[in-house]
Structures are given as C-alpha cells and as structure tokens.
Design a protein around this ligand. Structure first.
Ligand code: IMP
Length: 447
C-alpha cells in the first residue's frame, strides 16, 4: 500500500507529527503538501525534543527521503534556521528535497498578515502572522515568487518588483500605523519621517538576501512530484503529511476562521503532484478531546475548570506562537464530518492519557440550533454553527495513568469503551492510540 495520507481531523494540533514519525518507520518518502510555518510539530525522541515548522517530521529517520511539496508556502529564513538547528543536533538533511514550484513567503507577506489582522480588529482571524494568507493570495493572483526564482537574480528582481507594486498603498498605511503604535507605546523618540521606507522592503537588499538563500538551498531543490512518482512506481511507501486540520480548510472548514490552504486528503494530490489513485489509505488524527487556537466557532468549548485541566494536563500551548489553546469535549458531529470529507480509512486518537481523572467524559453527538432544531450533521451555514449548542452523551471516565500502557488489553475498560464509542459513531476503526509525547507511548489497536 504505497500512498498513505495523514490529515488532522479537528482544528490542527492533533499530534500529526508524532503519528507521522511513528508511521514513517514503514515509509520510504515523507511529503508535506500544504501550509507553511504556521504549523508546528514537537517530537520527542530519546528524551530529546525537536520542534519543526516546515521540515517533514520524517527527517529524524536518516534513511527516508523528506519532501517539501509544491503546495507548501515556504519562508526561506525559517527553513534555513530549521536546517541549521537540525545540523547542530547531528541530524542530516541530505535527504531533504524542496519543490522548485513551492511558493515563498516574502517579508512583505509577513507584514501584510499582521496589517490585515490589525485592521480587522475584533473580527480578526487570529492568524499565526507568518504571512500564510498573503502568500497564498499572491499565488492565486499569479504574483507569487517560487523557489526556482531564487536561482535567477534577474527573474527574481522582476518578480519581486511586480509583486510589490500593487501592495504599495497597504505597505505605506502599515508604516504609518506602526509609527503611531510605537508613539502610543512611548517607545523612544521617533525621529524618522513617515516617508522612510521599511528596510525589510528594500528591493535591492531583498533580492540580494534571497539570492544568497538560493545558493544555500540549490542542492536541495528538485522536481519533487517525480520523486513521489518514482517511489510509488517502484512500490515504495509514500506518506503525505498534512498540516493544520480539516476544520481549518479554506473550502470545507469554519470559514473565514480557517487557514489559506486545504489541509484535507484531496490536497495531497494537488500539493504533491500525484493522482487520486496513488492514494491507498487515509488516516485521520484526532485528539481524545478538542482544541483550537485563534478565533472562530467551537461548539464544545469548555470555559470551566475541566477546560483548564485539559490545558494543564495536555500542555496546550502552541508550538508556533505559544498561544494557549482553547479546549473542549470531543465533538463527534465534527469528527464524523471530517471522516467523510477526507474519506478516512483509519483514525489515530492522541492524548487519551490527558482525560484520566476528568470523568465522567462527555462527547457531543448532535447539535441543537437556536430555534430548537436537532442537527445531526455539521452545519454548513456559518450563522447556524456559531449559535449551535452541543448535546452530549456521557460516558464513564477512568483514573488510571495511561502513560505506561502499551497494549489495548491493559487499557481500563472505560477507556476502551470510550474508544469503541468514537469508532462506532464515526464508522472508522481506530488503529493507533497515543498516551504520551514519546514515540514509544503508543498502543496499536487490532482490527
Ligand atoms: P494562518 O494559517 O496563520 O493564516 O491562521 C489561520 C487560522 O489557522 C488561525 O486560527 C490559526 O490559529 C490557525 N492555524 C494555522 N496553523 C495552525 C496549526 O498548525 N495548528 C492550529 N491552528 C493553526
């Protein structure tokens, strides 16, 4: 079974990195196909913690090829610093391949992300402010800068100039806004006139810096679709690693509180350059409860002591921004929706250990609209979802510390019943359960 896709089944942060790391043992190639350094995985290996934002988690396996696919948006500064820190930790990046067609997050994308959020005020999305939205917008506008452009100074200069042109007004407004904010915060005496350009936007400096990034990245740049085809055609296993989660999908998530890419299984084909029939299996990763960072609807959110205990026990702070994650009970209405959108074959449930001592456990099995209608499926209408209240099934909890459990048989009956209820409700088998951050803290579940 050569093509396996791994996707997040909730709002991201489900623990995909760890599951990819575990499944990568059976794979030859690991490919990231969308998103950028808005993502963050923490992987604990032999007691050492590794944080990744761009590089596929498979990099810790020296015999695997790791691919950054064409669907990814890549901040070269972040990538190079990740490469450097891996090298310092003694991890080789010789097997990393970067798509020549991936788009680059440029300094102006990062500035415009913040500017957009500030402008939205109370309506802001709560983005990671890493330039993701503006970069994908430029890609769609055909004003994007691609990895291959780093290798030709003349083309690079022409393209950056063209991309900057329509943004001048917004960037000028941003400069004024920043100046005002610095003044209001009493930050020193601001002497420079408003017309002084932001040094990060100097065309000459930007081109020079990016040409030097190109020199460093050149040996890793490749036709990555072909890397995938060759592996698949030779019967090798390719893991397609999604970032974020289904409910953050630009088309199928809780728009507009979503990311600007498609973190669902269908995107593995577009973002890596393979065909739908190259995919043999889709794995969805879901936490045993739910978390969300940033703004947007979250029907099962807990604003109480239990939510607080989930934050503490689950160490629910973002890898990328350090933001505290919102926590809530497992939402099976949303999970069933994610199962269908991705047509999942299997589920991995992560952080089951965090629920220890939080019983009785609740799982949302339907919503009720504000007019009182029963909603058995995930509402497609934004206003309905915003005002829907969940209705729960209550299941017995468990108190045993699960972090040392390694087999299904050693799980308390209540934990097995909890997993059984999830699997039955969404109609997909649970194949893997994670009970701690370490790569050995997993339970494989039979048939
Ligand atoms: P952006 O992707 O930075 O544009 O942010 C859009 C929304 O997606 C915000 O609510 C972010 O908090 C959320 N988001 C983006 N990346 C991740 C992730 O890796 N995990 C969880 N949430 C994310």
């Amino acid at each position: 079974m050569p093509g396996i896709v791994i996707v997040g089944a909730q709002w991201g942060d489900e623990g995909k990195g760890k599951v990819t790391d575990v499944l990568a043992e059976r794979a030859d190639v690991v490919v990231r196909f969308q998103g950028g350094n808005n993502a963050g995985h923490t992987i604990v290996r032999d007691g050492r913690e590794y944080k990744f934002h761009l590089i596929p988690s498979g990099i810790l396996h020296p015999d695997k090829t790791c691919v950054i696919g064409n669907g990814v948006v890549l901040d070269p500064r972040v990538l190079l610093s990740e490469i450097d820190s891996l090298k310092r930790a003694g991890v080789s990046v010789g097997n990393l391949r970067i798509s020549a067609n991936a788009h680059l997050i440029m300094p102006y994308h990062v500035l415009l992300d913040t500017a957009g959020e500030t402008k939205l005020g109370k309506l802001s999305i709560g983005t990671t402010r890493r330039g993701i939205g503006p970069c994908y917008a430029d890609k769609a506008l055909r004003l994007g800068i691609r990895v291959q452009d780093l290798l030709d100074e003349k083309i690079l200069r022409t393209k950056i100039r063209a991309a900057l042109e329509p943004k001048q007004q917004a960037l000028r407004e941003l400069a004024v806004q920043r100046r005002r904010m610095r003044k209001e915060s009493g930050e020193g005496r601001i002497t420079e006139p408003v017309s002084v350009p932001d040094p990060r936007l100097d065309l000459h400096a930007m081109v020079e810096e990016h040409v030097s990034f190109g020199h460093r990245l050149e040996p890793l740049i490749a036709d990555t679709a072909k890397v995938c085809w060759d592996a698949l055609d030779n019967g090798r296993t390719v893991l397609f690693e999604g970032a974020q989660g289904t409910l953050l999908d630009l088309d199928h998530g809780t728009y507009p509180f979503v990311t600007s890419s498609n973190p669902i299984a269908g995107e593995a084909c577009v973002g890596a350059g393979v065909g739908p029939t190259d995919i043999d299996e889709v794995w969805g990763i879901a936490k045993a409860y739910v978390t969300r960072v940033g703004a947007g609807p979250f029907p099962t959110e807990l604003d109480d002591e239990i939510g607080e205990r989930m934050v503490e026990a689950g160490r629910e702070f973002g890898t990328t921004t350090g933001r505290r994650r919102r926590c809530g009970w497992l939402d099976l209405v949303a999970l069933r929706y994610a199962v269908r959108i991705n047509r999942m074959d299997a589920l991995a449930i992560t952080k089951l250990d965090v629920l220890s001592g939080l019983g009785p456990l609740r799982v949302a099995v339907r919503y009720r609209s504000k007019e009182g209608a029963v909603l058995d499926s995930f509402p497609y209408h934004q206003s309905i979802l915003h005002s829907a209240t969940p209705e729960y099934e209550e299941l017995p909890g468990f108190d045993l510390d699960l972090t040392q459990v390694r087999s299904e048989a050693d799980l308390p009956q209540e934990a097995r019943d909890y997993l059984g209820f999830i699997s039955e409700f969404v109609g997909v088998p649970i194949r893997l359960v994670s009970v701690g951050p370490g790569r050995d803290q997993v339970i494989w579940v039979d048939g």
